[in-house]
Design a protein around this ligand. Structure first.
Ligand SMILES: [Zn+2]
Ligand SMILES: [Zn+2]
Length: 217
């Protein structure tokens, strides 16, 4: 099955087409379900189980993030998409609808689930990792729209800029880029964004001195 799916992925790579939703889901299921089942049934008492389950949860989040952004936020009918918050964020990149209060609540929930996992059940560590990934995503998206992030998160910021600047059907990952690489939705890096787009991307907080990657996105 895995070899069959790898063959399908290489076919889409060769044909330079993005991989459809069903194959994305199948590939994710095939690479995650067997190791997760092994973990849960055979080594769930081992001390390493907690760390592996938590890391597994973070990994699962990266796929959920990619899948929801690509197929739910961008997969809508044109009319519906144009009415959505996500479209508004694309046309006004400095406006992010998840408020600071919500981000704090998401982080608190993630911390709470992690505590519950420690005291109540090892099995919840997978969920704790996922909710931590979600909370991190909330912050990461805000950071990627800040000029200072070009110093620390240059690669991810350029990647997100490509998604905003005319390559909306590419570069869906926010916290990672690996699913875009696997499912063939990587953008073209040679595209140059104009100063106006850069200003729009950062909003009023833009400070040209901090943008180290010279507007190349
Ligand atoms: Zn954005
Ligand atoms: Zn988008």
């Amino acid at each position: 099955m895995i070899f069959y799916l790898l063959g399908m992925l290489s076919y889409y790579k060769l044909a330079n087409k993005p991989v459809p939703a069903t194959i994305c889901l199948l590939f994710f299921a095939v690479i995650t379900v067997p190791p997760t089942a092994t973990l849960y049934f055979f080594i769930n008492e081992h001390w390493a189980f907690r760390a592996i389950a938590f890391a597994g949860g973070l990994f699962c989040w990266t796929f959920i993030e990619y899948f929801c952004h690509r197929f739910l936020m961008h997969g809508k009918e044109k009319k519906e998409y144009h009415k959505s918050h996500h479209f508004f964020h694309h046309t006004n990149p400095a406006v992010i609808f998840t408020s600071r209060v919500k981000r704090i609540i998401f982080s608190a929930v993630a911390a709470l689930i992690t505590c519950i996992s420690i005291f109540l059940s090892n099995y919840l560590f997978l969920l704790a990792g996922m909710s931590t990934g979600f909370a991190l995503y909330g912050y990461m998206h805000v950071w990627l729209h800040k000029p200072w992030a070009s110093k620390w998160l240059s690669g991810l910021q350029k990647f997100h800029m490509q998604h905003h600047f005319g390559q909306t059907e590419k570069c869906f990952g926010v916290t990672t880029t690996w699913w875009d690489r696997i499912f063939n939705t990587i953008g073209k890096t040679e595209k140059i964004a104009g100063a106006k787009s850069i200003e729009l991307y950062f909003g009023k907080t833009n400070d040209q001195h901090l943008i180290t990657h010279k507007q190349a996105v």
